[in-house]
Design a protein around this ligand. Sequence first.
Ligand SMILES: Nc1ncnc2c1ncn2[C@@H]1O[C@H](COP(=O)(O)OP(=O)(O)O)[C@@H](O)[C@H]1O
Ligand SMILES: [Mg+2]
Length: 224
Amino acid sequence: MTEAQKAHAGSLVADSFLHEMEKSLIPLKGYATRLGEISEDERVQKYQSYVDREIGRLIVRGQDMTRYLTDTFAPAVRPVGLREVLKDLESRVWVDCRTSGIAFTLDMKGECTINADEELLRGAMENIFRNAQDAMPAGGTFAVSVSPADKGKVMITFADTGTGITADPVKRVFEQFYTSGKPHGAGLGLAIARKIVDMHGGTLGAANRKDTPGAIFRITLPTS
Ligand SMILES: Nc1ncnc2c1ncn2[C@@H]1O[C@H](COP(=O)(O)OP(=O)(O)O)[C@@H](O)[C@H]1O
Ligand SMILES: [Mg+2]
């Protein structure tokens, strides 16, 4: 086997392991939420939120690792509705929004079709959301908005009301293994997100908000 073949085989194993893990972790997260709903007891609430947080972390780390390993993956691109991708993102993170006190808002007029591997692209957006969640430990707003950009392009903006980005310059957040302000960061989420957006012929940028504390991430993508 060549090195590339070995890397590919390794990534397939990692990927199937991740899928197996997720199949259990996602319902587990749901059970923990149900437990929290059954009892108002403060301790139950507290430990429920810990279980929830750790499971979420494990899922994200697993995804980060496999995506990093699967450098060889080929995106399965097809025409998809952007609204569908964003709605899907919302439903994947709604439990987290509820437990973390985050309001998820979506501002999109009409529909827009893009050529994308929707799972990969949603994964990139989920990484942006997870970081926003980490930056808003006391809750806040995660506002997603879609607007037309230059000709043939669409811009998706993700604005949070968290601590803002402390990296200097801000673009350092896209470096592999750059992590700051959290105990268990791997520093891969945004490097992967950028790689995914690049694959789609788009751009991913970051900035701090001017109107209020918080960060803004912008994805531009070609429309089809
Ligand atoms: N929404 C955000 N608000 C504040 N800081 C952020 C935000 N998103 C990313 N960052 C910063 O960028 C770093 C890199 O993010 P990422 O690549 O996802 O790695 P990780 O989340 O594992 O640290 C984070 O550790 C954090 O310091
Ligand atoms: Mg991250």
